[in-house]
Design a protein around this ligand. Sequence first.
Ligand code: DON
Length: 305
Amino acid sequence: MNYQSILEEIESEIQPLFNEGKVASYIPALANVNPNQFSMSIQMFDGTSFGIGEVNKKFSIQSISKVFTFTLALNNYGKDLYKRVSHEPSGNPFNSLVQLEYENGIPRNPFINAGAIVTADSLVSIYKKNSFENILDFIKKVSNDETITYDEEIFNSELEHGFRNYALINMIKSFGNIHNNIDDVIKTYFKQCSIMMSPVQLAKSMLFLANHGENPLTNECIITESKAKRINSLMLTCGHYDASGDFAYKVGLPGKSGVGGGIVAIVPKKMAICVYSPRLNIQGNSLIGTKALELFTTKTGLSIF
Ligand code: DON
């Protein structure tokens, strides 16, 4: 299959969408990007790669970071983690509060904000003041890349404007499902969201999930096969919040989005893909990124279904 020419076709077919969707602005520093960017990187198991656009330009990974923290927490706690964060789709927006009250502070899944905050808390219980450093080290390990950092301006912007997340963490704390100091946990969560990575780095970092938990480029075992299966299942059913069904229907791959405009997707036993385009649909997922991945699986037949 000629993946490079497929990427070129996709780039030309998504052009009419460049006047749709809006860049995230509820975190003001995220609004400082050119809305008309599009890049896509494919990383194969043998190290071959294909790309279109500025595939080495970094962007804010935001909720894609939740895949890394969930993996790290699952490695540490195993199935005990599910006592504190469940594994069902929420059917609600990523920052919704409503279910939390009647479900006693147990978030539906680790990819909505509430679930990622509980996951961050579980990591703070282990790594204490060095939680963010441990998360970053884990991301460097799975990406096999020492150069990954976070963006101080985006971190501070969310610290100043992340009112919904403060509401979420306080609500969860009231039910006893946050065990550490609220400030330490929310800072860890905001910092993980402000990590900057390029499409190439992100696609490489997801390869272990396409390969039963082992990075095919380094042969390093990151997580067990069974846990990799579960993370992929959750990406398929919950990775795009209240648009997860729509993403599964249109794209047919496990994927995870972030309000920075990135989406990662996994083709089991074959490749990992990252697409970046910061205009978002109303559910907060990259509008053009979703379309590009739909075109990709339609043209290649490489969905899991
Ligand atoms: O907590 C937030 O609202 C952001 N830091 C992350 C949300 C996000 O990326 C939702 N994804 N599409």
